[in-house]
Design a binder for this molecule. Structure first.
Ligand code: FAD
Length: 389
């Protein structure tokens, strides 16, 4: 692995750094899990898009910038290093986007990707159902093709859909062959969330926000052009999306390096109290070295991908690593803050502590979303280690 940056990569870093310094919002945006914050983030995304910094690894014709994966890592380092806003359209840009690039028709790419890059269309993910979470092959929501073959009629329910309360579109898996079972007979559809027959009911999360939602479909008509991949082949396409979610795209190391840096600052500012328990110091060191190790491993993976390797089941090791790292860092912050950890943002002197509390609450979900860590361990055992079921 060659860790020296090329002049082009260095110039790109400088450009991103300068643009962020000139354009970062002066005040932090409101949480994207509120309606107000969601729209503020949409505006910010539009600004990134206008600067050609929204989806740097997508082809230029589709709203991207044609960067390679190393440049993408550089972008992420500068972006999160500057404390820039979290990306609100992650489901679209980081999960459906690369899936469309791989499996979409030319017409679908032209229709969906530029509007996704600019966040004119915000996307939600519709995999989970009340009885099909870890066991996603148990999906029962149906999409039945009309007699004239022009559209599907969708009925059923999805749940735990991130930011579906505010999103414009949903991508999801539906059973299009009513006689099928398990991984067969599923189709992958893009459904506009304002279509007649769609009802969205918010679910309150631990942080009190209501962006999370369950979605009900009652005879919703979805044009056949909205199917991604072949009829009945949805599982195969969905596994590619899941790989992007567990692998590098959703959680680049830069995000965790930023948290680790903040954790070191928090420790230094509260050293007198924190050092009463020497294990806190060890936990801070572990967090920092853990994020650096994750970053190096990401460069290693990107180097392999550039040489044509494909990442399969090992995306599961990545998912376990980032979710556990994030949890440990936030637990350590809570220990440093001690009794102050429970202050919410309503107390003006507690803004910093409140951010850690918010992050701590969200970190609890890391081992659950993107496929639970128990399931990832099953995948590692069976597909990577060849252990018996
Ligand atoms: C913050 C957050 C955001 C989410 N966003 C979305 C979203 O946008 N779209 C979406 O579709 N879903 C989303 N989800 C749902 C998430 O993908 C599911 O919660 C997850 O897949 C687990 O499914 P479940 O909740 O039905 O739990 P279950 O499948 O009922 O599992 C319960 C427990 O049993 C364990 N378990 C189950 N089967 C096995 C097994 N075979 N071996 C070992 N252990 C097992 C699980 O690991 C888990 O600990 C989100 C979840 C969270 C927390």
């Amino acid at each position: 692995m060659d860790l020296a940056y090329t002049p082009r990569q260095k110039a790109f870093r400088e450009e991103v750094r300068a643009w962020l310094a000139a354009n970062l919002p002066r005040e932090p945006l409101a949480s994207y899990d509120t309606r107000e914050g969601f729209e503020q983030h949409r505006e910010w995304e539009r600004k990134l898009f206008d600067a050609r910094l929204s989806m740097v690894i997508w082809p230029e014709a589709l709203g991207g910038r044609g960067c390679d994966l190393i440049e993408w890592l550089i972008f992420e380092e500068e972006y999160y290093g500057a404390g820039a806003p979290m990306r609100v359209n992650q489901n679209g840009q980081l999960l459906l986007g690369p899936t469309l690039i791989e499996f979409g028709t030319e017409a679908q790419k032209a229709r969906f990707l530029p509007r996704m890059a600019s966040s004119e269309d915000m996307w939600a993910q519709g995999w989970s159902e009340p009885n099909a979470g870890s066991d996603m092959a148990a999906i029962t929501s149906k999409a039945i093709l009309s007699a004239d073959g022009t559209h599907y009629v969708v009925n059923g329910q999805k749940t735990w859909s991130t930011r579906a309360s505010f999103a414009d579109w949903l991508f999801g898996l539906f059973r299009s062959d009513p006689g099928s079972s398990r991984h067969h007979g599923l189709s992958y559809l893009a459904v506009p969330l304002d279509a007649p027959g769609v009802t969205i009911r918010p679910i309150q999360a631990l942080n009190g926000k209501q962006a999370f939602a369950e979605i009900f479909f009652d005879d919703v008509k979805v044009p056949v052009e909205n199917r991604i991949g072949d009829e009945g082949q949805g599982w195969h396409v969905a596994m590619a999306t899941a790989g992007f979610e567990r692998g590098l795209l959703l959680r680049s190391p830069a995000r965790f390096q930023y948290t680790a840096r903040k954790l070191v600052e928090l420790y230094k500012a509260n050293r007198e109290v924190a050092d009463r328990d020497p294990s806190i110091r060890d936990a801070v060191i572990e967090a920092w070295t853990g994020t650096e190790a994750y970053a190096l491993s990401a460069y290693h993976t990107v180097g392999r991908l550039a040489k044509g390797a494909r990442i399969g089941a090992e995306a599961s090791t990545n998912k376990i690593y980032w979710s556990e790292l994030d949890l440990k860092m936030h637990e350590t912050a809570m220990r440093i803050l001690g009794p102050f950890a429970e202050l919410t943002g309503d107390a003006p002197e507690a803004v910093e502590a409140a951010r850690w509390l918010d992050g701590f609450l969200f970190a609890q979900a890391g081992p659950i979303y993107a496929g639970t860590n128990e399931i990832q361990r099953n995948i590692i055992a069976e597909r990577m280690l060849g252990l018996p079921k």
